[in-house]
Design a protein around this ligand. Structure first.
Ligand code: TRP
Length: 547
């Protein structure tokens, strides 16, 4: 299985195997966890449209670029730049950033992937999530009901605040302090307005509706508590992270056709079937029609400036672009397997699965109506809260988390493979050594990510970067650095490299031949101008160069 040298290089067993592996890399937590919640937050249909444009004009041409770089050079993500520009070693730096990015992403991605394993087990019984009776005396519940039903205008707020002893007239700040502060000075006044709102909600909604609403809030609070406790337990967090790295390592250990391809041939069809089944179940729920409308009706008023950044950044992440993952997979292609048709299939499969994930999650959300919130907790909080308390919900929930785990696993193997192919090709390591050493080091780098949610005091308090005014812990810093900066920059450099820096006519002809004379000019235009300009604009916007 050693792949140290072009003549002994392994190949995918078949083109279908390659497509499944590349689609496996693309389809991951990005599709099933992230896409549904960012689409939800950005208002649905219009964001989907924006995202599709990003996939088509930026993602797709860069994916072709990565496949072609890998296929022609038969080298790892760093070596490929040396093959195309042997005279300028500096270009290898693009690949080095890529391998570094892979390292970073895998270290925290494996932590979240580990959660899906624990949540699969939790879902089998679901007993942690079950809430049958509402505790109306719980202050948290009161506050939640207040947040949902308590509407006050500024004058009413000022009045309440004056009675509670606030002397200045900074209404909004004082209002927040009044509701949130832990000091007991205002506790009685606070509770009395909570009770007032509860009484009003009861009369407005009717006893039954009010009780349903309270029950749903309690379930979400319970699920949220389970999640917080789960995050704060150090040892299990480490253990699941280790298990996931071990599974990833075992598959990569088996090599390209014997490990990655074999695993993808099992994981991907299963994932598709499970998700398809769940989607059909979901669409039969009463919220199904609303979900379809939400996803496919474009209302552009709901978009803002950040939507564009988010859509483009996500296009990179979801297609596994910008760090050489697709260069690496492409480098194991056989001469006769075409890159354009593969890139089309992979992009379509990835988009399809992201949309299917939305059509599975949204009907459940809409069926329970406005009682739920979207956001990052969609998968680990909202979904268990809603499903665990319904008949058959535990089965649905378990299947769901298994399929998320499958999606994550087929992505983590691609991330590890980038690093493994690099140490194989550039330093002549054997695959087995590469896999063991790299998996272990990546596991170690991920330890702070596993422990920074309360598992360990030091790592919980440690902040590395900040995003605006928010200080980010280890996990969030890595995610922010990789998906907001390193991937788009990597993608930009790859596009500029293949579009402008290849001077060797023989190499250009090879690329032309791979793409076909009809398609080549179209792709060339996209990769030379459209993709780099789009990415550059987004980066300039981030730095604050343009508003
Ligand atoms: N595409 C995967 C997802 O959507 C994540 C991923 C796997 C990735 N390999 C990558 C992201 C390489 C960027 C680069 O979850």
């Amino acid at each position: 299985m050693d792949s140290s040298g072009p003549e002994k290089r392994e190949h995918w067993g078949s083109k279908l195997g390659f497509i499944l592996a590349a689609a496996g890399s693309a389809v991951g937590l990005g599709n099933i966890w992230k896409f549904p919640y960012i689409t939800y937050e950005n208002g649905g249909g219009a964001f989907v449209l924006l995202y599709l444009v990003c996939i088509l004009c930026v993602g797709f041409p860069i994916m072709i670029a990565e496949f072609v770089l890998g296929k022609v050079s038969e080298k790892d993500a760093v070596g490929t730049f040396g093959v195309f520009r042997p005279d300028k070693k500096i270009f290898k730096f693009i690949g080095i950033i890529g391998v570094f990015t892979g390292f970073i992403i895998l270290s925290y991605y494996s932590v979240v992937a580990g959660w899906t394993l624990e949540y699969t087990l939790k879902s089998l019984t679901c007993n942690e999530f079950i809430v049958e009776k509402v505790d109306y005396n719980s202050p948290e519940l009161k506050k939640a009901i207040f947040n949902k039903h308590g509407v006050y205008d500024a004058a009413a707020k000022a009045d309440i605040l004056k009675n509670a002893g606030f002397t200045d007239d900074k209404t909004e700040e004082n209002w927040k302090a009044f509701l949130d502060s832990n000091d007991t000075a205002h506790a009685a006044a606070r509770l009395s307005i909570f009770d007032e709102v509860i009484q009003k909600a009861k009369t407005d909604l009717g006893e039954q509706k009010f009780e349903e609403s309270a029950l749903m809030i309690s379930r979400q609070q319970k699920a949220s508590e389970v999640f917080t406790n789960h995050l704060a337990k150090g040892t299990p967090m480490l253990l699941w992270h280790a298990v996931f790295m071990l599974l990833t390592g075992l598959i990569v250990f088996g090599g390209i056709s014997g490990g990655i391809e074999k695993a993808s041939r099992i994981l991907m069809p299963l994932l598709f079937l499970l998700l398809g089944g769940l989607m059909i179940y979901s669409l039969t729920l009463s919220g199904g029609t609303e979900a379809i409308k939400f996803l496919f009706n474009a209302d552009f008023a709901k978009l803002n400036r950040h939507s564009i950044l988010e859509a483009l950044g996500h296009a990179f992440f979801t297609l596994s672009l910008g760090m050489g993952a697709m260069i690496t997979y492409g480098s194991y292609l056989k001469k006769e397997d075409g890159v354009v048709s593969s890139a089309i299939t992979v992009s379509i499969l990835d988009t399809l699965i992201a949309l299917m994930a939305c059509l599975t999650l949204y009907p459940i959300l809409f069926t329970f109506n406005t009682e739920v919130s979207g956001g990052a907790g969609l998968l680990f909080i909202t979904l268990p809260a809603l499903l665990a308390n319904t008949i058959g919900g535990s089965i649905i929930l378990s299947i769901f988390f298994v399929l998320v785990a499958f999606a994550a696993l087929s992505s983590t193997i691609s991330l590890l493979e980038v690093v493994v192919t690099y140490t194989d090709d550039e330093f002549g390591w054997k695959r087995h050594t590469s896999t063991i050493v790299n998996s272990f080091v990546i596991f170690l780098v991920g330890v702070p990510s596993a422990l920074c949610f309360g598992g360990n005091k030091f790592f919980t308090e440690l902040t590395l970067l900040s995003k605006g005014d928010t200080k980010l812990n280890w996990f969030d810093s890595f995610d922010y650095l990789a998906s907001n900066w390193l991937l788009p920059i990597g993608g930009l450099l790859i596009a500029l490299f293949i579009g402008w820096m290849i001077k060797d006519q023989a190499k250009t002809n090879q690329i032309k031949e791979e793409l076909g004379s009809g398609f080549y000019p179209v792709w060339n235009f996209l990769i030379k101008f459209v993709a780099p300009i789009c990415v550059a604009v987004v980066i300039a916007n981030k730095i604050g160069l343009i508003e």
